[in-house]
Design a binder for this molecule. Structure first.
Ligand code: GN1
Ligand code: MG
Length: 359
């Protein structure tokens, strides 16, 4: 398997054992292990990432910048082939890249320990912090309008216009949820229209399994860097809220298992702000809680849209899978909104800690 790909990297496929790896929905990932070491091989989903060279461009620039400014920072960039390429096309036209496997690392799929949430939030904050003086205009948009909520809403409307009536009936409650929370879209549109907050270099996919940990629960580095591009910090913090606060993840079908762990909110705030507190503008800081609503709502919309579009984007392992995922996200959104006043209290308490520590 992968003989022609590995040859480009000077490796012989027969010396490696290949196993499917990770749980991403978009790219296919494999771990190769052998006497020559371990690697991660990934097939880029080019129906999503239509221009793999944009990914190459961004990662090369970020790597060069971080190597020059913070040589100790562990940035896991793709390896080069013998001829100096970062991406290889297989004989059947698929695009692959190879990464070193980081020794002693593992990923976490269910976040049970606050220490891991703290470490992850700090790492995502550090990434944007370290790139604060990097010229983000050099970065390409690897996915245009990726976290553009207005576009996601328009895609939902188009999908509703074309959907099978039986599906529309099945999704009636979730469609109403979209309109119940229309104020999230209004707030988003307003902050974009008025240029209220700056674009920064952000990761755009801050799920816990995009952080590599060592066996002492210390975060080693970030992975899944294809969506590193200009965006709002709300994307990164919001997706942490979406994926770290509830002990049940987006796949959970028993919605009673979805609730908000408020102490995890505190931890995310503390970890992220320990890096970004001195960088974010006051307006950005005021939107910290909003970020979670934005990202949970967006993901609910995206799953619902995909259900109406017959699962063309995320795929489905059972009929109604994307509708169930959407239900899950709208339940999480309701729980999140319920906890908003507690979040405000927690932010005030962490801010007091920061002030005391600085005295
Ligand atoms: C996709 O492939 P994965 O799991 O890293 C998606 C994210 C969603 C996520 C939901 C490029 O990420 O935006 O939040 O699924 N990535 C893309 O699980 O669409
Ligand atoms: Mg991803």
């Amino acid at each position: 398997m992968f003989d022609d790909i590995l040859i480009s990297f000077g490796l012989s496929a027969s010396e490696y054992n290949v196993q499917a790896f990770g749980s991403g929905l978009i790219n296919l990932t494999y771990k190769l292990s052998g006497d020559g070491g371990a690697y991660i091989l990934q097939q880029i989903n080019t129906s999503v990432f239509k221009k793999p060279d944009h990914i190459v461009n961004n990662l090369a620039l970020v790597k060069e910048y971080l190597n020059a400014t913070n040589p100790d920072y562990l940035f896991v960039a793709p390896l080069q082939t013998i001829t100096g390429e970062f991406i290889v096309q297989s004989s059947d036209g698929k695009f692959y890249r190879l990464f070193p496997f980081i020794d002693g690392s593992h990923t976490v799929n269910f976040l049970e320990d606050k220490k891991e949430a703290y470490e992850a939030a700090l790492q995502f904050g550090r990434f944007t912090h370290l790139l604060n003086d990097f010229d983000i205009n050099l970065l390409k948009y690897t996915l245009s309008d990726f976290h553009n909520l207005k576009l996601r809403f328009d895609q939902f409307k188009t999908a509703s216009q074309h959907a099978d009536p039986a599906k529309l009936a099945q999704a009636d409650t979730e469609i109403k949820e979209v309109y119940n929370h229309y104020n999230i879209l209004q707030t988003y549109n307003q902050l974009v229209a008025n240029n209220e907050i700056p674009l920064r270099a952000v990761h755009h996919d801050t799920k816990i399994n995009n952080v590599l940990f060592d066996d002492k629960q210390h975060a080693l580095c970030l992975v899944d860097l294809d969506t590193v591009m200009p965006g709002y910090y709300l994307s990164d913090v919001g997706d942490m809220m979406r994926t770290y606060l509830s002990p049940a993840n987006e796949e959970e079908t028993d919605l009673d298992k979805i609730y908000i762990r408020e102490d995890f909110f505190r931890t995310i705030y503390k970890g992220y702000m320990s890096e970004m507190g001195s960088i974010l503008t006051d307006t950005e800081k005021q939107l910290f809680i909003f970020s979670g609503k934005l990202m949970i709502y967006m993901q609910g919309l995206r799953f619902l849209t995909d259900f109406l579009n017959n699962d063309i984007y995320y795929g489905a392992q059972y009929p109604g899978h994307n509708l169930t995922r959407a239900k899950n996200q709208f339940k999480l959104l309701a729980k999140y909104i319920n906890a908003e006043s507690s979040f405000k209290t927690l932010i005030a308490s962490v801010n007091r800690e920061f002030t005391t520590a600085a005295d």
